[in-house]
Design a protein around this ligand. Sequence first.
Ligand code: PMP
Length: 359
Amino acid sequence: ETAPDTPVTVPLRAAVAALPAYVPGARPSGTAHKLSSNENPYPPLPSVLAAIQSAASEVNRYPDMYATELVEAIAAHVGLAADQVVVGNGSVAVLHHVLEAVVEPGDEVVFPWRSFEAYPIITAVAGGSAVTVPVTADGRLDLPAMAAAVTERTRVVLVCTPNNPTGPVVPADDLETFLASVRRDVLVVVDEAYLEFVRAPEAPDALDVLRRHPNVVVLRTLSKAYGLAGLRVGYALAAPRLAAGIRATSTPFGVNHLAQRAGIAALQAPALAEMTAHVEALVAERTRVRDALREQGWEVPDTQANFVWLALGERTAGLAAEAAAAGVLVRPFAGDGMRVSIGEVAANDAFLALAATWR
Ligand code: PMP
């Protein structure tokens, strides 16, 4: 045990000492409705559970280092070659590896704000310098402003579509104009964590974008639509040379054996059909919640993900605490707004009842 009065003289890297905290959604106790982490409210699919159970007896062995079968299943699913797929311990880990593969100390990483709260952390850990570009008042990425923020020092631009936590997608035409205007040696990450919930016709076809712009990396996950957040499986799609670089920086054995087997099962036809049905129901719930909020008089951005955004400003923290006391866990960003995931009908109803009292 360390004596409490022993001073620690090992310095942390300046960038690490200054990191903002990643605040996870509260874990529910008892009967609370958990609408704080954009999770899938449906329980794991039977075929996925069976795969985890049969893999459990094998965990005395290391997993397949390169998750070959899982990579092949993802490649087949998206229609790319296996050398264009890199998996990791959630897409958040994959994004770490992407930046570690290309960012030199002090290189600039441009990203929207507010957006996914891991972006500033991952940028700083990789030794990059964050350049943030405000989203518009209606929660959209301002791609012209992001293009204008690119300098000679820019190495990476992060494009979150749909944007977490505000919800809108980047229109395909805007992304095309943006990509045409940035240097080919700037890596553009298109983070599609919520892809399967997108219904807007103007949304980009990221694989087509990737084919035409080899400086693009597409980031996806099994955490949201596939409902495997607790297993941690995410992936990047990239040109083979970039994919190899991302693989080189990845944690050895970074996707555990249970996660590999579950991920493979989740990508088989029967599970895919069930997943699609669940996503369809969640999309219908999203429409219902959004319309009910607008009916109550809220201005809700055009969300294409499994959450809605309320720009509550200074009221955010107080109302999130009130919601928690009423058994509804939401995700507040103090002084800015509240992100509320789409959950079970009863959970969404509980949130809508609260929102009505806040008008
Ligand atoms: N990107 C975005 C935009 C997200 O919202 C999230 C999850 N909050 C992730 C990536 C990471 O998801 P995971 O690590 O579970 O794949």
